[in-house]
Design a protein around this ligand. Structure first.
Ligand SMILES: *[C@@H]1O[C@H](CO)[C@@H](O)[C@H](O)[C@H]1NC(C)=O
Ligand SMILES: *[C@@H]1O[C@H](CO)[C@@H](O)[C@H](O)[C@H]1NC(C)=O
Ligand SMILES: *[C@@H]1O[C@H](CO)[C@@H](O)[C@H](O)[C@H]1NC(C)=O
Ligand SMILES: *[C@@H]1O[C@H](CO)[C@@H](O)[C@H](O)[C@H]1NC(C)=O
Ligand SMILES: *[C@@H]1O[C@H](CO)[C@@H](O)[C@H](O)[C@H]1NC(C)=O
Ligand SMILES: *[C@@H]1O[C@H](CO)[C@@H](O)[C@H](O)[C@H]1NC(C)=O
Length: 476
């Protein structure tokens, strides 16, 4: 029926459509850049692609340990189809900011050396992430594993993960699930997480979760870094204590937690850096809160705008083996701190700006005698809010002379000698004596004056006697 000429016309039209679709087939739409022998980038960003193109021939030049980055950032891809093979190298692929709603079964099976995959900012749901997706070729009646180390699923539409999702990704070390509507870490999601036993970094920020079941973390013996920010936790989850041996970085910002106490960080003895910020309801840090953190080096306790009180025992038990180097307590609602809260001299950096400091003798002790004033970063000197006469003064500018007895630990060791007398002291003493003398004289005058009035009154009381005399006069 179809004549050769018609067939030729159809072929021509098809070729025309294909080439005008362009992106679908021609590798020329992407830029390939060879940085050095071992490092190749295929830039397919912002090309309005709907389909994944064939790879350019250069991929065959990649060496076994060479790096190959392919980026489809900001296109209109809706489906990740089965990717063309890439024989070797360490492969990174980014599909960030597309419109992906589906991923084909076996999508990555011909890229066994895919180590980094960014699927963030798409429309992927949990149902799309089936167990047949992240695996290598099928051989000998089973799937091979893939090298995947970093998987970014942030900013998608994931409620739940398949229990077997990470069955063939034994090297998965970094998993980003932040900004997904997870809400509840259900049984299957917990099984999926628990199977990723080599995880070192897990991001669960902004996932609307309010609790973490104990069994989610019990197998994650290597987890070093965890972000739980922007969730609905009213307390630091107890299940974190199972990560005590490994967890080094914890971020716990923006949760509706009311107080931190001796239950908050139980067992987290490996923690090196802790960030607790933007917790709008946090108003108190109680005694022993930080006591379990025997290796903490950096503490960020900032932007908790209702945090008013930190117990002077918050670091109890840590002072003998002090490890903290940097403490940032900026932009809270603090007004006072105890001089024995921590050994301030041992810090390298301290931040106290953005609070409503009452510049009392305790604060001056911390800043001056314990030399905390030398730890502020350049241009980050806090100032006094109260008392009124010091309001607006830098706390480093206030001198110790008006707090003579403030430092018990030092004054008990130091006798007050005549050499400590300064002209100022002598002047004050003379002034004091003068005031006593003046007051004495004033009292004298007052007593005399009152005596005079009293005598006067007695005289006036004598008047009726005279009146009696008048009476006698009238009688006369
Ligand atoms: C590849 O080379 C570029 C430019 O020299 C460099 O910025 C990039 O970090 C390299 N990538 C890898 C993975 O080595
Ligand atoms: C990739 O290509 C886009 C569009 O041409 C360009 O804006 C972007 O800077 C390129 N990125 C790199 C890393 O070269
Ligand atoms: C993505 O690309 C579109 C045009 O294709 C552009 O208008 C938009 O600003 C880009 N978005 C980002 C975040 O780069
Ligand atoms: C996992 O990493 C190890 C060590 O780097 C490597 O020998 C192994 O081949 C990797 N596994 C896969 C499936 O690529
Ligand atoms: C800080 O605390 C004071 C009471 O001590 C309160 O009146 C004020 O509203 C608090 N500031 C903020 C920003 O919450
Ligand atoms: C702090 O003291 C220095 C010199 O003693 C003075 O120049 C500076 O104005 C003071 N700053 C404030 C904010 O009081």
């Amino acid at each position: 029926m179809i004549t050769p000429s018609v067939r030729a016309a159809i072929v021509i039209i098809f070729v025309f459509i294909a080439s005008s679709f362009g992106q679908g087939t021609t590798p020329r739409t992407c830029d390939i850049a060879k940085h050095d022998d071992n490092n190749l980038t295929l830039n397919c960003s912002r090309r309005n692609l709907h389909l994944i193109p064939q790879w350019p021939v250069e991929i065959n030049q990649i060496k076994k340990d060479g790096h190959f980055l392919i980026t489809f950032y900001n296109n209109s891809i809706t489906t990740v189809s089965q990717l063309p093979p890439i024989p070797t190298g360490r492969i990174a692929i980014s599909f960030k900011r597309n419109r992906i709603v589906d991923i084909e079964k076996d999508a990555f099976q011909d890229i066994a050396k895919l180590v980094y995959l960014d699927l963030s900012k798409n429309l992927i749901s949990g149902e799309v992430l089936r167990s047949e997706i992240f695996h290598g070729a099928y051989a000998d009646n089973k799937y091979n594993s893939i090298a995947l180390e970093t998987l970014n699923l942030a900013h998608n539409a994931i409620h739940s993960l398949d229990a077997y999702l990470f069955q063939f990704t034994p090297n998965l070390t970094r998993l980003y699930l932040n900004n997904n509507p997870i809400e509840i870490l259900d049984h299957v999601t917990v099984l999926a997480l628990a199977s990723a036993t080599n995880l070192e970094v897990l991001d669960l920020a902004q996932t609307s979760i309010e609790s973490i079941p104990m069994d989610a973390f019990s197998t994650l013996k290597k987890l070093q870094q965890l972000d739980l920010s922007g969730n609905k936790f009213t307390a630091v989850p107890e299940s974190l204590s199972l990560l005590g041996r490994s967890l080094e970085y914890l971020t716990f910002n923006n949760n509706p937690v009311l107080e931190l106490n001796d239950d908050s960080f139980v067992g987290l003895s490996s923690l090196v850096e802790l960030e607790i910020a933007e917790n709008d309801y946090l108003d108190e840090v109680k005694r022993n809160t930080f006591s379990p953190l025997k290796n903490l080096k950096v503490l960020h306790l900032c932007h908790n705008r209702n945090l008013r009180y930190i117990s002077h025992n918050a670091f109890r038990g840590l002072k003998d083996k002090w490890t903290l180097k940097e403490v940032y307590m900026d932009d809270n609602n603090l007004s006072e701190l105890s001089p024995d809260l921590m050994p301030w001299t041992k810090l390298d950096a301290l931040g106290l700006t953005g609070n409503s400091w009452l510049c009392n003798c305790e604060l001056i002790n911390i800043v001056t005698i314990q030399k905390a004033g030398q730890k502020f970063k350049y241009g980050e000197i806090p100032y006094c809010t109260a008392p009124l006469r010091l309001s607006g003064e830098y706390i480093t500018n206030i001198t110790i002379s008006f707090c003579p007895t403030l430092d018990t630990s030092f004054s008990s060791k130091r006798r007050f000698g005549i050499t400590d007398l300064k002209p100022k002291h002598i002047l004050w003493s003379i002034f004091g004596v003068a005031i006593v003398v003046c007051i004495g004289m004033a009292i004298g005058y007052i007593v005399n004056a009152m005596k005079a009035i009293y005598i006067n009154k007695i005289r006036n009381r004598n008047e009726p006697i005279r009146y009696v005399n008048l009476n006698t006069h009238s009688l006369a």
